[in-house]
Design a protein around this ligand. Structure first.
Ligand SMILES: Cc1cc2nc3c(=O)[nH]c(=O)nc-3n(C[C@H](O)[C@H](O)[C@H](O)COP(=O)(O)OP(=O)(O)OC[C@H]3O[C@@H](n4cnc5c(N)ncnc54)[C@H](O)[C@@H]3O)c2cc1C
Length: 402
């Protein structure tokens, strides 16, 4: 008799685990509460699905014990990942910063071909089937689903995290884990937009390239470089998402975090000062805002001009220019919160990895119970690392499940 495996969640991790264990001869059923397979995968990478990255390292991962990822990402490295997807029909192509996408640039092709491979391996995918609880009945697990009981020899919890409830995110994976004695490391949103004390409504929509950092006790504790977008609630953009984990972590014990931004990273302070002093020679009675316009975004020019001592550029002196340079190179914002799980891409925290075997992903507390993907206390940087973790942990769990 083949082993009966129940997988909870037809997301990135659950689908890969299902394929791997079905290929090895197990009888696999996936229970999915959504009416669609891989709803979150469809939303990834702005609909293009950033599947993985050229360089996947432990340093891209976070949690209480990031080294937990080591065996899984070594076994399922970028090459293995590309081969896995190529075998099911998804060719990966390299984009910016080592990011890999399906050559179709459509996340739907990833979902369609994962689904096709599941069907080819006789994996049964049951949609609109929300698992309410899991209990033990003798050697078997009983899954309580929509008023019925479904039995399995082994169970994989691949229910994902709390990010974007509209895509299926729920607490249930943590509840299942707790019911078997597992501890949950406090969850919080990561890769998420930040709310600020300052009101940026007047520069809402201004997008630029900036260096972003948090300095504490004179030490730079986090740094990111890339897009910054001012919004009506605060600040967004890839550089902000990159630092959001650290900001939210600090906000657990503090009311605010000062984020320092270099809005003119292409120039040194000296170069910027010289450019502005040179522009001052042609100020020709312009208002400060108009004088700055043409050099910086016009909304930003108006915003910056409000802080200056004078209204007319002809009246600016060298000290004003030095102050302006300082402001552009050290633009400070006060983060007071984030947009939370409703807007976040990923959940930090989750099932304590000390209680999970890093080779097999089996619970150390309950035999034949497995966890993979975002439900675990592992989250990653932006760049394909979160999906890579979902595939890689699903691959290891799927291999061990049989
Ligand atoms: C907008 C957005 C964009 C992203 N872009 C990227 C990207 O480009 N690259 C990248 O690496 N990462 C990206 N991520 C993160 C990545 O999508 C996740 O880390 C990854 O999908 C996690 O995989 P998972 O299988 O653990 O969980 P999920 O993919 O979330 O799958 C979990 C599944 O379990 C189901 N489920 C939950 N509870 C139950 C239950 N009780 N019963 C039955 N079913 C249940 C859910 O409906 C869901 O389908 C993005 C995330 C978001 C929100």
């Amino acid at each position: 008799m083949p082993k009966l495996i129940a997988i909870i969640g037809a997301g990135a991790s659950g689908l890969v685990a299902a394929i791997v264990s079905a290929r090895a001869g197990a009888k696999v059923k996936i229970f999915e509460k959504n009416s669609k397979i891989g709803k979150k995968i469809l939303a990834t990478g702005n609909g293009r699905c950033n599947v993985t990255n050229k360089s996947v390292k432990i340093s891209n991962y976070h949690g209480l014990n990031p080294k937990f990822v080591n065996i899984a990402i070594d076994r399922f490295n970028t090459q293995v990942c590309r081969k896995f997807f190529s075998e099911i029909g998804v060719e990966l192509t390299e984009g910016q910063n080592g990011r890999f996408y399906p050559a179709s640039l459509q996340s739907s092709s990833v979902v369609k071909l994962l689904t096709y491979e599941c069907e080819r391996q006789n994996v049964e995918i049951l949609l609109n089937q929300e698992v309410q609880s899991i209990t033990k009945e003798g050697e078997k697990f009983a899954l309580h689903v929509e008023g019925k009981k479904e039995y399995a020899d082994s169970v994989l919890i691949a229910t994902g995290g709390l990010a974007m409830p509209t895509l299926g995110a729920s607490e249930s994976g943590y509840e299942f884990a707790k019911s078997f004695g597992h501890t949950i490391i406090q969850t919080f949103a990561s890769l998420v937009q930040l709310e600020t004390k300052e009101n940026f409504k007047s520069i809402s929509g201004v997008k630029l390239q900036a260096d972003v950092e948090i300095v504490q006790n004179r030490e730079k504790i986090v740094f990111a470089s890339g897009d910054v977008l001012f919004t009506s609630y605060g600040i967004s953009g890839s550089a902000i998402l990159d630092i959001s984990r650290r900001v939210n972590k600090i906000l657990q014990n503090s009311d605010e975090v000062i984020v320092n931004m270099d809005l003119m990273r292409q120039y040194s302070k000296e170069q910027l000062k010289n450019i502005l002093l040179k522009r001052l020679k042609n100020s020709n009675a312009k208002s400060v805002a108009l004088w700055l316009d043409g050099f910086v975004n016009s909304k930003l020019a108006l915003f910056l001009s409000k802080d200056l001592r004078v209204k007319n550029a002809d009246d600016l002196n060298t000290k004003d220019i030095v102050n302006l340079v300082y402001k552009l190179k050290n633009f400070k914002i006060t983060a007071i919160g984030s947009r939370g799980f409703k807007s976040a891409e990923v959940t930090a925290g989750g099932v304590n990895t000390d209680e999970i075997n890093p080779k097999t992903f089996e619970s150390k507390l309950q035999k034949n119970l497995y966890f993979s993907g975002e439900v675990l206390d592992i989250d990653a940087d932006c760049g394909g690392y979160n999906l890579h973790w979902a595939w890689a942990s699903g691959y290891s769990a799927g291999t061990a499940l049989v």
